[in-house]
Design a protein around this ligand. Structure first.
Ligand SMILES: Nc1nc2c(c(=O)[nH]1)N[C@H]1C(S)=C(S)[C@@H](COP(=O)(O)OP(=O)(O)OC[C@H]3O[C@@H](n4cnc5c(=O)[nH]c(N)nc54)[C@H](O)[C@@H]3O)O[C@H]1N2
Ligand SMILES: Nc1nc2c(c(=O)[nH]1)N[C@H]1C(S)=C(S)[C@@H](COP(=O)(O)OP(=O)(O)OC[C@H]3O[C@@H](n4cnc5c(=O)[nH]c(N)nc54)[C@H](O)[C@@H]3O)O[C@H]1N2
Ligand code: SF4
Ligand SMILES: [Mo]
Length: 803
């Protein structure tokens, strides 16, 4: 064998591939070299010839053999009797029996209650997300695909925000010359003078298509940093400026920065004159946020705000990496609007070394994903649950609006949904806010549940009847698309290296089921046939050619809007309805939202003027900071990784430790009006005083799985403390970074000793809903003046987001 992607002998060879999932990760497609001896994966190394990652890997990829051959991994289909739900009583079956059972049950349930009685649950950014929406529409012919996280508070809100300013542009991200084989040395690229890392920790997270270490590469060449984060992160400690804001206050900071940039005339006037719609109104609005007021809200020095705004506006070029914190705070979408405006008015959008953006291209599957909607009844997609409250969400997203869904599930009348199919999602241990409520509906509502996964987990244990084993990226062929196809500057190939048990990829499973349940939509014999057709149609390349190239870079065009490359009609301008950059957004105005940015405290924020403020919970709670050692609820079974990060952790400032009588390394209870959980505390100077930084998605595969224990899930689940429905009036975003809490030493818990699970005593409908409605004017249907142009038609390949 001497292909570029595979070298060695039959019994001892190396495969060059791009990593994606499983195990979970986002689509950077890091270059891996997989060493296989006697049919077994023995070692993983970084691929030094991969143009993006150039040999670097996280510990999760380096320990892949431990994941692949983990004794807890499930590599055969399994079933469990309905009456054994919740109990660890699974038995191995054949693929034939598994598929026959699923087909029979689906047909029986759909004949009785309709096609839309089936619901497909998806999670974050894994390869399965490319196919998830199509699994719902093309396999089960149901319009219901759901990602349970309140306000789908991950990436979708940022994409909507970018679209509300520029029209659909994919995901705007820092330029790191990913498009060029010469990378930073390409004469068409300019090294940024400054990178702003805002509410993001890309070294550990490598989110959605950004290779985080590219920032380190550019720092080595002279790029300076500014970091905005309540923690001083590794990058923060090396930055020119590190603004330690109070969680949830980025909107105030961003408005104040725009205010300074405009009043000190640090923006590009000619550019604004030519391309911006609503600039004067925007300028008036941001004037309402003085830097002094923002400093008070954010609890930082006013001088730092001035320094930051001036530094960003005068550094050329400069880019902003905006992160998850924008999706997970109360007026985060408005903060994002300001950041998009800052980028454009300083001349940093779509220029070398600034922020890049995609045109209408949505990757090799964009068109197919939308075409699969023709498998549904006419009008079914746009008529989904949640459409009245959140029409923009319904229009933009493949998935349903989770907050509306949870209440639908809980309502007394017989539920619409009778069958669940879980695809890369573990809602009760990770993505469901007020997780006990999701737990209850899952337990009570489904006649039949199917899981596709690699390990048992609390959600599957609670409500599934069939388990289908999924293969890791080392075990199947596939494609990686950064930013899921929006703003894509390269495409990676996943090259199969080994076979393990009877595990199959998500696409292979979809083909098996699709061919039985809806054969017209699944004409391909194999996953490779499917890739061949879609690669050829989108890139004019054969799948085998792409396999051989391993990572195929796609040239990037700057200033696309000047040359008619942003709009489907080929005219110069942006893809918005005015063809301008909308500092006053007509897109969100059509759906009843304020077209200009504003800042509001989260109703539960621990400050006096927050409408639902409660003195008992004086600390800020921000959650979910990523670690190299896990991807959400995954990797808890991997011993080497648990050695590094063995237990749920929370970090607090020494001043708070003293105030609350807490000692580094002990267990604490974190509590608020919604619930409590226990974590091991780290007392660290790098966290802002008054802030509790808590980990998420902890469960303990080493503990008892059967109910009621569910692997100790309820002991350390921070999502019990985070309410639903705190999304924006448009249905986007949540408050994972923006809650309140108190802390106290946890009596009776030490490492490895279990405490009794907290009681599940939540009422089905939350009492806070009425309060929240009053406090936020959320989802007021009277205010929604829907533009028929958007609402009456299904979303297009360009408008729809997959994740
Ligand atoms: N290793 C690993 N990588 C992952 C994941 C994982 O679980 N593990 N998850 C993936 C997923 S789904 C996502 S969405 C991405 C997220 O990736 P990122 O966007 O990088 O988000 P986080 O890693 O959560 O980092 C957010 C940063 O914001 C800070 N922060 C917290 N609250 C606030 C606030 O109110 N304002 C500001 N300005 N900053 C705040 C935190 O301290 C943290 O440093 O990571 C992806 N990558
Ligand atoms: N408190 C708090 N909660 C959070 C967050 C936070 O910051 N704070 N972050 C939120 C965010 S941004 C997100 S995106 C969600 C993520 O939530 P999810 O995406 O639901 O993540 P997991 O809980 O890890 O569940 C994913 C499941 O998919 C399985 N899996 C892995 N790879 C594959 C694959 O290729 N195919 C299939 N079929 N299955 C696979 C895993 O084994 C796991 O059981 O969590 C959210 N939860
Ligand atoms: S980001 Fe890390 S874990 Fe994910 S594919 Fe790349 S090296 Fe592997
Ligand atoms: Mo996410």
């Amino acid at each position: 064998m001497a292909e570029n992607w595979k070298t060695g002998t039959e019994d001892d060879y190396w495969v060059r591939s791009c990593a994606w999932s499983a195990p979970g990760c986002h689509p950077v497609g890091c270059g891996v070299k997989l060493h296989v001896v006697d049919g077994k994966l023995v070692e993983v190394k970084g691929d030094e010839n991969h143009p993006i990652t150039q040999g670097r890997l996280c510990v999760r990829c380096l320990t892949l053999p431990e994941y692949v051959y983990n004794p807890e991994r499930i590599v055969y289909p399994m079933k469990r009797a309905f009456e054994d739900r919740g109990l660890d009583r699974w038995e191995r079956i054949t693929w034939d029996e598994a598929i026959d059972t699923i087909v029979e049950k689906t047909q029986e349930i759909q004949a009785k209650y309709g096609n839309d009685s089936v619901i497909v649950f998806g999670g974050t950014g894994r390869e399965a997300c490319l196919y998830g929406p199509a699994i719902s529409s093309a396999v089960f012919r149901t319009p219901y695909y759901l990602y349970c996280m309140s306000g789908q508070a991950c990436y979708g809100p940022r994409n909507m925000t970018a679209a509300s300013v520029f029209g659909n542009i994919g995901y705007p991200e820092i330029d790191y010359a990913a498009w060029s084989p010469l990378r930073y040395d390409d004469p068409g690229f300019t090294l940024p003078e400054l990178i702003v890392v805002w509410g993001k920790e890309p070294l550990a997270s490598n989110p959605d298509g950004l290779f985080g270490h590219a920032i380190v590469d550019m720092m080595k060449r002279g790029t300076k940093l500014a970091v905005i984060d309540p923690r001083v992160t590794w990058l923060g400690s090396r930055a020119e400026l590190c603004l330690q804001v109070r969680p949830g206050t980025d909107g105030a900071l961003a408005m104040a920065c725009c205010n300074i940039i405009i009043s000190e005339e640090l923006y590009d006037k000619a550019l604004v004159e030519q391309w911006v719609y609503g600039f004067d109104e925007f300028a008036e609005r941001v004037k309402t946020m003085s830097p002094e007021r923002a400093a008070e809200i954010c609890q930082i020095d006013v001088e730092d705000i001035y320094t930051f705004a001036r530094l960003y506006a005068t550094s050329k070029p400069a880019s902003i990496a905006w992160g998850l914190a924008f999706d997970q705070q109360f007026t985060g979408t408005q903060a994002g609007q300001c950041v998009m405006d800052m980028i454009f008015m300083t001349g940093n959008m779509d220029v070398p070394g600034g922020n890049t953006c995609g045109a209408s291209h949505r990757g090799f599957l964009g068109k197919w994903r939308v075409d699969t909607q023709s498998c549904l009844q006419p009008g079914e997609f746009v008529g989904r649950i949640g459409k009245d409250e959140y029409p923009l969400f319904n229009h933009r997203m493949f998935s349903g609006q989770p907050d509306a869904f949870l209440e639908h599930f809980e309502a007394d009348e017989p539920t619409k949904f009778r069958m669940a199919y879980f695809s890369n999602s573990n809602p009760i241990a990770c993505n469901g806010n007020e997780s006990e409520r999701w737990y209850r509906v899952f337990k009570e509502r489904f006649e039949f549940g199917v899981a596709t996964d690699l390990f048992m987990n609390p959600t599957i244990m609670c409500c599934c009847d069939i388990f289908l084993p999924v293969s890791t990226f080392a075990e199947h062929n596939g494609l990686v698309q950064p930013y899921y196809g929006g703003n894509m500057q390269y495409q990676g190939t996943i090259n199969k290296a080994v076979t393990v048990g009877e595990a199959k990829s998500d696409l292979e499973i979809s083909l098996l089921l699709g061919k039985r349940l809806n054969p017209e939509a699944w004409p391909w014999e194999t996953a490779e046939d499917f890739y061949e057709e879609h690669c050829y149609n989108s890139l004019g390349k054969h799948f085998d050619e792409l396999k051989e190239e391993v990572c195929y870079q796609i040239p990037y065009e700057y200033k696309k809007y000047e040359r008619g490359l942003m709009r489907p009609d080929g005219y110069p301008g942006w893809n918005s309805s005015t063809a301008m950059v909308e500092f006053r957004s007509t897109y969100i105005e059509d759906y009843g939202e304020d077209p200009l940015p504003y800042f509001k405290e989260c109703p539960y924020a621990p400050v006096e003027d927050a409408p639902l403020h409660d003195d008992r919970y004086p600390l800020s709670l921000t959650t979910g900071m990523r670690k190299y050692t896990s991807f959400h609820s995954e990797h808890r079974q991997i011993e080497s990784l648990r050695e590094i990060d063995p237990l749920p952790w929370a970090t607090i400032n020494p001043a708070d430790a003293e105030k609350y009588g807490i000692v580094d390394g002990e267990w604490i209870t974190i509590e608020n009006m919604f619930g409590k959980c226990n974590m091991k505390v780290e007392v660290r100077n790098n966290v802002k005083e008054g802030v509790v930084v808590a980990s998420h998605a902890w469960w303990f595969p080493e503990q008892e799985g059967s109910e009621p224990h569910l692997y100790g899930l309820w002991d350390s689940d921070v999502n019990k403390l985070i309410p639903n429905r705190l999304c924006s009036p448009l249905g986007f975003g949540s408050i994972h970074d923006n809650m309140c809490c108190t802390i106290y030493p946890c009596k009776g818990q030490s490492d490895g000793i279990e405490v009794p699970s907290p009681q599940l005593e939540k009422p089905l409908m939350p009492k806070h809903l009425e309060l929240v409605r009053d406090a936020t004017n959320m989802g007021d249907p009277e205010k929604i003046v829907v533009n028929a142009k958007y609402y009456a038609q299904p979303a297009t390949a360009e408008s729809q987001e997959v994740k």
